[in-house]
Each structure stands twice: as C-alpha cells, then as structure tokens.
Design a protein around this ligand. Sequence first.
Ligand code: SF4
Length: 66
Amino acid sequence: MALKKVWIEEGCTACELCVDISPDVFEMDENDDTAIVKDTADLSVNRNSIKEAAASCPVEVIQYEE
Ligand code: SF4
C-alpha cells in the first residue's frame, strides 16, 4: 500500500543520505541547500526506501503518514 504523504521538517543538514537511499523520491533543493520531496515521487513503489531514508536520517526530519 502506498504511503499517504511524505514530507521533510525543518532542520535538514543536507547530508544527502536520503537522496542516496531513495533517489526517485528525494532531491536536493539547490537554492535552499535542503532535501525536498520530488513532485513525481511514487509513494507506492518507493514505500520501503522512504521508510529506510526516514529511519536513516541523522536528524530525523523525514516524516511520513501511512
Ligand atoms: S537524510 Fe535527513 S538531513 Fe540528510 S539530506 Fe535527507 S532530510 Fe536532510
């Protein structure tokens, strides 16, 4: 089942780990130097990698709703 929603709260340190783990979902915003969720992110296909990225984020700012 797809996740309902994925978002990133304030506090991203731009470590790029989430982009490495789930490149179809996360990308770096070059203007802001923070990670963002791509508009095209498929929350069904990438469900597991989104959860892995959230669990791996060193500052725990990746949130999702199941
Ligand atoms: S893993 Fe967390 S801190 Fe690192 S770029 Fe992604 S959201 Fe930012």
